[in-house]
Design a protein around this ligand. Structure first.
Ligand SMILES: NC(=O)C1=CN([C@@H]2O[C@H](COP(=O)(O)OP(=O)(O)OC[C@H]3O[C@@H](n4cnc5c(N)ncnc54)[C@H](OP(=O)(O)O)[C@@H]3O)[C@@H](O)[C@H]2O)C=CC1
Ligand SMILES: C[C@H]1O[C@H](OP(=O)(O)OP(=O)(O)OC[C@H]2O[C@@H](n3cnc4c(=O)[nH]c(N)nc43)[C@H](O)[C@@H]2O)[C@@H](O)[C@@H](O)C1=O
Length: 381
């Protein structure tokens, strides 16, 4: 990529897309293009083709997707499968058709089997059944990996797939039903602290920025208390402390990566790594049949090529209970944390093996304690 290359960031307003955009700008890339979903609905095949035909981007970051936490994935199963398949089919196919030089596709670590050995190596893909709560989303992401891989093998394109662990950071989704665990708990615990301190102004500010089911800060105290109670945030009453509800048992383990570091990894790979380098690093691990083929060009490779995607994570895990306690400590919340076991736990462990990423030359720096502090500063500023 040179600084004047035309770069399309699909999903440039999202958690990861906005961070990719920011990094590209800060590195001096001057020819960036992005469209909101209302300007360009990537589910629309004709509109997507027209965009590629007219704009002819040279590089594409595919960070547009239907995204959500465990309950959203489990509830809107058809949307997660259909929309993600459609978005990635349209973008990846047109990237090939209109000569995109390199594309980076974002998948997810939920592509790995529910009972995968830990930490999860790229080679564990498609070795046993998936976790039920996000199976449709995972199937779409697996199809995306295979689409990139297959266009590379059949047509000689340079499309790279990355599988991020759970992400968090500025511009995340803080919806209390549809978001991921970290933004949801940060917001609930923040609201719990505001109730603890009887800080009505801070609660009003929060609801004005992000209304819950149409309830804003202008609603009556009763309406506000009722909506917070519905999402598991209750005020202290007399001698009794307030409480914040955590979904599930709190025992599942998760790995969290700061979204701006995720974006940094994406830009690093786009700038430095080609599909042929990935084949080489995959073969160096000895995990598949490309072992003796690393010196050949991609289009000439005989035999089987698979598991060319790259995990992106920290390689470190923490329980949901511990993450809730860490957030409470950062926010300064003293109330109770309760567990609602009628909500799903999902996968019990999904720790990434990041050796391939490290061997390609990228390593994370921000640990979870620092990340939560940064996120809370961003959230309350
Ligand atoms: N967040 C996480 O923890 C993880 C995310 N990922 C993956 O990383 C990628 C980025 O996720 P994240 O940034 O969190 O997602 P966000 O929900 O924050 O952003 C999604 C983006 O996709 C765009 N988009 C959605 N539907 C369409 C559509 N039909 N047409 C055009 N644009 C659309 C949205 O555009 P607009 O705002 O204009 O509507 C938005 O900019 C996704 O592929 C996701 O699967 C993987 C693992 C973990
Ligand atoms: C990134 C990944 O994210 C999704 O998978 P997930 O990791 O299971 O998603 P999650 O972040 O929503 O939950 C993680 C854990 O946390 C618990 N939990 C507690 N309390 C809250 C809570 O208040 N909200 C949420 N959402 N979860 C909570 C929750 O019960 C679960 O045990 C995929 O569907 C898919 O999108 C994907 O790729």
């Amino acid at each position: 990529m040179n600084k004047a290359s035309k770069i399309y960031v699909a999903g440039h307003r999202g958690l990861v897309g906005s961070a990719i955009w920011k990094i590209l700008e800060s590195k001096g890339y001057t020819n960036l293009t992005g469209k909101t979903s209302s300007e360009l609905n990537l589910i629309d095949q004709a509109a997507t083709e027209q965009f590629f035909q007219q704009e002819k981007p040279e590089y594409v970051f595919l960070a547009a997707a239907k995204v959500g936490g465990i309950v959203a994935n489990n509830t809107y199963r058809a949307e997660f499968l259909y929309e993600n398949l459609a978005i990635q089919n349209n973008v990846i196919h047109n990237a090939w058709k209109y000569g995109v030089k390199k594309l980076l596709f974002l998948g997810s670590t939920c592509i790995y089997p529910r009972e995968s050995p830990q930490p999860m190596q790229e080679e564990y893909l498609l070795t046993s059944p998936l976790e039920y709560t996000n199976e449709p989303y995972a199937i779409a992401k697996i199809a995306g990996i295979k689409l990139c891989e297959s266009y590379n093998i059949q047509h000689g394109t340079n499309f790279i797939s990355v599988m991020p662990t759970n992400l968090y950071g500025p511009n995340d989704n803080f919806d209390l039903e549809k978001s991921h665990v970290l933004p949801a708990l940060l917001r609930k615990i923040h609201l719990g602290k505001c109730l603890e301190e009887n800080n009505r102004e801070a609660i009003q500010q929060d609801l004005n920025k992000r209304p819950i089911e149409g309830i804003t800060g202008n609603a009556s105290s009763t309406e506000i208390l009722n909506i917070l109670k519905k999402y598991g945030v209750t005020p202290p009453a007399g001698e009794q402390s307030g409480s914040v509800e955590i979904w599930g048992t709190g025992t599942p383990l998760r790995e969290f990566l700061w979204s701006e570091e995720m974006a940094d990894a994406c830009v690093f790979l786009m700038e430095n790594i080609d599909f042929s380098d990935i084949i080489e690093s995959t073969s160096l691990r000895g995990g598949d049949t490309t072992k003796k083929q690393s010196q050949q060009t991609v289009s000439n490779l005989p035999g089987e090529i698979r598991n060319t995607h790259i995990n992106i994570g920290t390689g470190k895990e923490i329980s949901i209970k511990a993450i809730a306690k860490l957030i409470a400590q950062t926010v300064g919340y003293n109330g109770k944390l309760t567990f609602n076991t009628s909500k799903p736990d999902g996968t019990l462990r999904k720790l990434t093996d990041v050796n391939k990423l490290h061997s390609l030359g990228w390593h994370h720096k921000i640990e979870i304690e620092e990340g939560i502090e940064k996120l809370y500063r961003w959230y309350t500023s």
